[in-house]
Design a protein around this ligand. Structure first.
Ligand SMILES: [Mg+2]
Length: 300
């Protein structure tokens, strides 16, 4: 009994995910936070850190949530936003410097220093442009449908369409897929996305990020998301804390948060718990510096 956290053993879970702020979980989480060499916080953007809007363009990161993420960064944590949006788009909406961004469902990554890693090929980009044009032409007459051309993929949003219009649009999307066998369909929240049929997804982006950061077992890693595209990470991240945000359907995440407010509260709680460790580390660095200065003084 007691033993490791299930996240560390990779055992098959049969229980429903627990609430992140469940008091029965607090002691265990606190211990993990205090033990960790470093904290790595990875979050989806829409619906996880921000409320979903009828118009995806209206989504912005709230000031309170931005402050929490900046506080994580300032405390020395690795912070990353992993989104289906284009890299530049999610970065502009979040507006936080010195963190990782992954855009286009993992096709583009940018490290905190601004270095970009892209998994999209020129062929992917040509194909996406061709398909976006074709879809835009075919869907023009259908109300409430929006085609979004991305670098390596095409999104078709139907958040503002009637059920009948959405059904017609889906027919067209299926036609596009039949024409372009190198694309695969992903069904997100009130949107379809046509992506290159290769294994690039949020998980491959997360994996690359963890690799680049030389993440170790001694790090505390958390991934928060609200959508099917985040489930690839929940399923495959054996170590770390996975959190499904929003109404809980079937999920592979080990934890859940009902609302964006709960996410914010949880992130603040972690910071407070972790702060003790940071203070200790800071004091140790200061003591070390003084000792070095004394030694340097003695030599002079
Ligand atoms: Mg989302």
């Amino acid at each position: 009994m007691g033993g490791g956290h299930p996240a560390e053993t990779g055992e098959v879970r049969v229980n429903a995910p627990r609430r992140v702020l469940d008091p029965r979980e607090a002691a265990r989480l606190r211990a993990r936070l205090l033990r960790a060499r470093r904290a790595i916080l990875l979050c989806d953007f829409d619906g996880t850190l921000t409320r979903l809007r009828r118009e995806p363009d209206a989504v912005r990161l709230g000031a309170g949530m931005r402050r929490v993420l900046e506080a994580w960064r300032n405390a020395g944590a690795v912070v990353g936003l992993v989104s289906g949006r284009e890299l530049a788009d999610v970065e502009a909406r979040a507006g936080i410097s010195g963190i990782w961004y992954a855009g286009g469902h993992g096709y583009d990554l940018r490290d905190p220093r601004g270095h970009v890693i892209s998994f999209a090929t020129a062929r992917d980009e040509e194909r996406a442009e061709r398909v976006a044009n074709w879809l835009a032409g075919r869907l023009r007459g259908i109300r409430g449908i929006k085609v979004e051309a991305k670098r390596a993929s095409v999104a078709v949003h139907y958040r503002q369409a009637s059920p009948a219009a959405a059904r017609r649009a889906e027919q067209v999307v299926r036609e596009a897929l039949a024409r372009e066998p190198k694309l695969q369909l992903m069904h997100g929240k009130r949107m379809w996305e046509l992506l290159p049929a290769r294994r690039v997804d949020k998980w491959t982006a997360v994996l690359r990020l963890l690799e680049k950061e030389r993440a170790r077992n001694s790090d505390f890693v958390a991934y928060l998301g609200d959508d099917v595209t985040d489930e690839t990470v929940f399923r495959r991240m054996r170590r770390g804390m996975t959190v499904r945000v929003g109404g809980c359907e079937k999920t592979a995440a080990r934890y859940r948060a009902e609302t964006i407010g709960e996410v914010k509260e949880f992130l603040r709680w972690c910071l407070r718990e972790r702060e003790g460790t940071e203070k200790i580390a800071h004091r140790a660095r200061r003591v070390g510096r003084r000792a070095r200065n004394r030694r340097a003084g003695a030599v002079r």
